[in-house]
Structure formats: structure tokens, C-alpha cells
Design a protein around this ligand. Structure first.
Ligand code: RB5
Length: 145
């Protein structure tokens, strides 16, 4: 499994921290930027990560901005992406089990490093439950047609 990870300036420090967490978990990732605290526009980063996930270059993605909201809204414009904003582990787990989320978004200005680590670990460890949820996710994807 490889992860596409990206952030704007508002999520830069949390992105760097999550990269260390992924290193410790021995999970491979590609960093799609941003690479400094300089101001950038979050839709540009969302587009890169979302297209890489939708194209199948990576199984999953992690996107971080100040709130996790803007970068997730932008990512969900890309066909095939199901980006979920999660600031608690229950939502992270359910976004995988019920929604088959393929991108996790978080806000650096909202949560601390420890909770973000737990969210990432829970999200990556949880599989899609399928069954009745598959029918519902298929209906979401049908909305893209
Ligand atoms: C950048 O200042 C900020 O607007 C961005 O990181 C994000 O929170 C937008 O949703």
C-alpha cells in the first residue's frame, strides 16, 4: 500500500509529522507538497493528491489544511474520490467501513498531533465493510455520471 500525502501551508507541520508516523509504520508514501510554510492554494494540492488516488497510483490519500474542510471539498470534485474529514477515531473508522473513503482529510488548526496519529492509524487499519454499504457507495459514485 502506498499513500499520497499533501497539505497547504496551513497543514504543513501536521503533514511533516504524519510522514514521520508513516515512516515508523513502514508505510510508503509520496509527498505531493507543499514543501514549506509559504502560502499556497489548497485546491492545487488537493487536485494532485486526488488525481493520483483516482488514477490508481496510490491506494489511499491524506490531505491536510488548516481546517481540513477546503482541501476535502476540492478533493471531492475529482471523479472517483471519496474524501472524508475526520477529527475523531470513530468517524475515521466509519468513513472506511461505511463510506469506503479513499482520502482522509484533517485540519492542523483543529486537532493535536497525538489525536491525528490515532486517526491515521485507525483509518489505515480499517477495511470497507461492503454489504449494504456497497450499494450506498455505488449510489454515491452514480452521482458522478
Ligand atoms: C488557509 O489559510 C486556510 O484557509 C486553509 O488551510 C483551509 O483551512 C481551508 O479550508
Amino acid at each position: 500500500m502506498t499513500i499520497a500525502i499533501g497539505s497547504d501551508h496551513g497543514g504543513f507541520h501536521l503533514k511533516e509529522h504524519i510522514k514521520e508516523t508513516l515512516d515508523a509504520m513502514q508505510i510508503a508514501y509520496k509527498d505531493y507538497g507543499t514543501y514549506s510554510e509559504d502560502s499556497v492554494d489548497y485546491p492545487d494540492i488537493a487536485e494532485k493528491v486526488a488525481k493520483a488516488v483516482a488514477d490508481g497510483q496510490h491506494e489511499k490519500g491524506i490531505l491536510i489544511c488548516g481546517t481540513g474542510i477546503g482541501i476535502g471539498i476540492a478533493a471531492n470534485k475529482i471523479k472517483g474520490v471519496r474524501a472524508a474529514l475526520c477529527h475523531d477515531t470513530f468517524s475515521a473508522i466509519k468513513s472506511r467501513e461505511h463510506n469506503n473513503a479513499n482520502i482522509l482529510t484533517m485540519g492542523e488548526r483543529v486537532i493535536g498531533l497525538g489525536l491525528a496519529d490515532e486517526i491515521v492509524k485507525a483509518w489505515l487499519a480499517t477495511d470497507f465493510a461492503g454489504g449494504r454499504h456497497e450499494r450506498r457507495v455505488n449510489k454515491i459514485m452514480d452521482l458522478e455520471k
